[in-house]
Design a protein around this ligand. Sequence first.
Ligand SMILES: Cc1cc2nc3c(=O)[nH]c(=O)nc-3n(C[C@H](O)[C@H](O)[C@H](O)COP(=O)(O)OP(=O)(O)OC[C@H]3O[C@@H](n4cnc5c(N)ncnc54)[C@H](O)[C@@H]3O)c2cc1C
Length: 474
Amino acid sequence: MATAGPTSVPPTRHRAGPPPRGLSGWPGPGLLWSRALLLVISGGVLPVLFLWWQNTIPGSLNSAAACLTAAGRIAGLLAAYLLLVLVALMARVPWLENRVGSDVTARYHRALGEYTVVLACAHAALIVAGYAWQTGTNPVAETVDVVVDYTDVWLSAVSLGLLVLVGAVSARAVRRRLSYESWYHVHLLVYLAIGLAFSHEFAVGADFSTSLRNRVLWSGAHVVVAAALLLFRVAVPLRRSLRHGVRITRVVPEGPGVVSLHLAGRDLDRLGAEAGQFLRWRFLARGHWWQSHPYSLSAPPGPDLLRITVKDLGDSSSSLARLRPGTRVWFEGPYGAFTARRRGGNGGGNGRRVLLIAGGAGITPIRALYETLPGRGADLVLLYRGSREEDLVLLPELEAIAARRGLGLHRLVGPRGGPGPDPLRADNLRRIVPDLAQREVYLCGPAGMTQTARRELRRAGVSRHRIHTEAFAF
Ligand SMILES: Cc1cc2nc3c(=O)[nH]c(=O)nc-3n(C[C@H](O)[C@H](O)[C@H](O)COP(=O)(O)OP(=O)(O)OC[C@H]3O[C@@H](n4cnc5c(N)ncnc54)[C@H](O)[C@@H]3O)c2cc1C
């Protein structure tokens, strides 16, 4: 039976207040940043098309074969451009990670990755078809000829094979069957693919072979992306890990399969971490040092102490409970846009009243936000969803925060997909939080719960721009 009632904390009444001024459906800062990023990426297509246009002799598109070859060139240029964008999106540039959000950059990366593979295949097919048509040869014989005759083209054929392989392992059906590490390591082949394709772009690409300026600009773009990658994925994390000297100080069991790791280090406030953010942690212990995993801060960051809380969902997360105090920890980050900043800017609305909804391990960033988001009384309400009472980890400290700040805290306990109505259904949400539609909503939990909550919030009249989520899977 689902219970949806206040905890031991005195119940707070959440009466419907006046709606915030302005346009309630106006996108918040997160959405604006992600749209700006999309605009920049789309804008980059124009100079790429200009390259092609500039190097196309007027009147040369006078036959079907010439048009096929031209289409092939455009597809190739766009594929090469998107490959650079894909790498740039994964360079963990702080602005992208903290404004747009890692989940959004990962989503764009995945979507653009699909276009890239299709464009690269189209490039090869159209160029070969165009040449074959022009010379009256069989396309298969033409393919063999170009690949055998030109070393650079041979290398680019290998590059295309690698891209198709990476695309195949990233298809959802295949990805689900692979471990994260296997998928990740195959994914690294993209860097090799870019390297192998690069020489044929200059050797046989009409847009570069005849123009030094184009070659310099194109190489420059590659150098900038490579530098960003080295800086933000290698140099900065290494420097920060050495400088802050983080070590595990305590490993605290919190509930069934859940532990908190207390991490101490020097000058941690200089990291600029915010409640709601995550870091990628690498524990320098046997069986752990070669992989890093993202975990959110489960308490507001302190000057010399950070805390993460981990649910055992796989090999690595379940073995964290056996780590010993004293273990050195390297890290990347802080990352993530699931912070107090997400509340602002809703069409002039003050964005002050907030509803937090958490389930499972999703309580971690929500716990940190619950303590730090400004507001008192009914300004801040937390709905904590769990299948069983014992799954509601960190509850005593949530209750203490609720009591201290007079905030709303409600447990929504009941089995998932049970016979009764879901506690996250719209009418129940409206009953507990009548001014729901005027609030900013922060939502974090398992994928199924997040999907249900989002759907029910929309049914309850919450604008999609007011629903802020953090996905625990990229
Ligand atoms: C932004 C973010 C914040 C997170 N915060 C928390 C948290 O505070 N507490 C918590 O318990 N869990 C959190 N997670 C989930 C946590 O990262 C995974 O449960 C953990 O990495 C699983 O690793 P595993 O080897 O134990 O499990 P596996 O069985 O290998 O994987 C379980 C799931 O985690 C994903 N995963 C595995 N390794 C990684 C990785 N290196 N990067 C991204 N995804 C991976 C897999 O794709 C799979 O969906 C967070 C995830 C993200 C993306």
